[in-house]
Ligand binder design. Sequence first.
Ligand code: ADP
Length: 422
Amino acid sequence: MPEPERHKFAWMDFVWLAFLGGLALLHPIVEIQKQLTLLAIGVFQILEQRFIRWAGPRGRVYSVIIKILLASLLVGHTGGINSSYYLIYFLPVVSAAMFFGPWATLFWTTVTSGAYISFLLWVPWSAFELSTEGATELAIRNLFFFLAALLVNRFVVDSRRQSLRHQKLAEELEETNRQLQRAEAEARRSERLGALGRMSAGLAHEIRNPLGIIKGSAESLSKRLQASDAIAVELAGYISSEVNRLNSIVSRFLDFARPHELEKHPAEITPLVERALTAARERWPESKVEVERQYDAGLAPVPVDSGLCEQVFLNLVMNAYEAMDAQGGKLRVSIRAANFRGREGVEVEIEDSGSGIPENLREQVFNPFFTTKQSGVGLGLSIVSKIVDVHGGRLGVESPPGKGACFRIFLPAEESQGKARD
Ligand code: ADP
């Protein structure tokens, strides 16, 4: 349990010094060693926390030992075994009870008690006799040391346990809060993409028809002008190729916008991921990317649309390869059984060692047409997000500072969640 920081002279320190000053004024007032010992006790008590920090892991043990020594000095200077100042031994006893567990408390109380009883060794036995009352008194004093130690220790252990419980509870609460915020962000993303999908589906259809007409016209224009005007033919060619490019963008956009008719069948996820990895390898045969596979054995099939899921993994693997560039890197792919919010399923993790995604872009990357690549379209992740959504799954991304991006896809095993939407 961390100790509170003590840098400044607190008001408790004044009270403490006043209490010791009071002791200093009591009989025997002229005994200079007594006064010096009291001063040393006061100063040590005030500087104790600093001393413990400075002394390192055994600081508390040293602190208790020093207190036993100082208390013995005081008792020694004020009459030994008969000293009325024997109560000063409560200082090391209570400190030990506060610092340690029950067994160490008992040990240090025994040491303290031994230090006190050891004054019997110094009495001049020729002129001293330990009467029954004296022995009883000594026993009572020592037993009270133990009683106080155990009482304080029990209280401290209880309060330590309580504070641990509160700390654990606070941590759990914080984690739940984080999960809730993540779930909210994911829900907002699904809504946003759903609305965008509906709006853009209409728009894409409207664009496609005139594009078809422009393309047809450009082709017949180029046929007619074939012999007569080379420049016009070239221009018609540009129109045609640009229309093709636009068409492919519109098709990909429709992929994102179109309501997915799911054809779900129980399928093993591992071969789908492997197919995506093979496709990426074929696309970048020279790549120095090293793939590390961590696949759980014997995973149960989950009901998915295999074609769409393969597209999910392909988009993510392609992005990871692109993030790591030609310099290569490590692509870690893990597939395991998982339980997400009480639902059983399979979780796929695709983690690259690229430059990662800055925190402020982590939600934006799922927006259609968001891209940081020169030749990117920015539809890959929005399509991935939508496909995972319609499977009733969950898509998350993490990108700790200084590390690459890690995409996590959970696909549930239960049938009921996977209804097509939009
Ligand atoms: P595109 O690949 O066409 O850019 P995506 O929707 O697939 O479209 O990705 C959107 C953006 O997300 C990318 O341009 C890139 O900035 C970021 N991104 C996606 N995957 C990764 C990754 N693995 N590492 C770093 N950035 C990524």
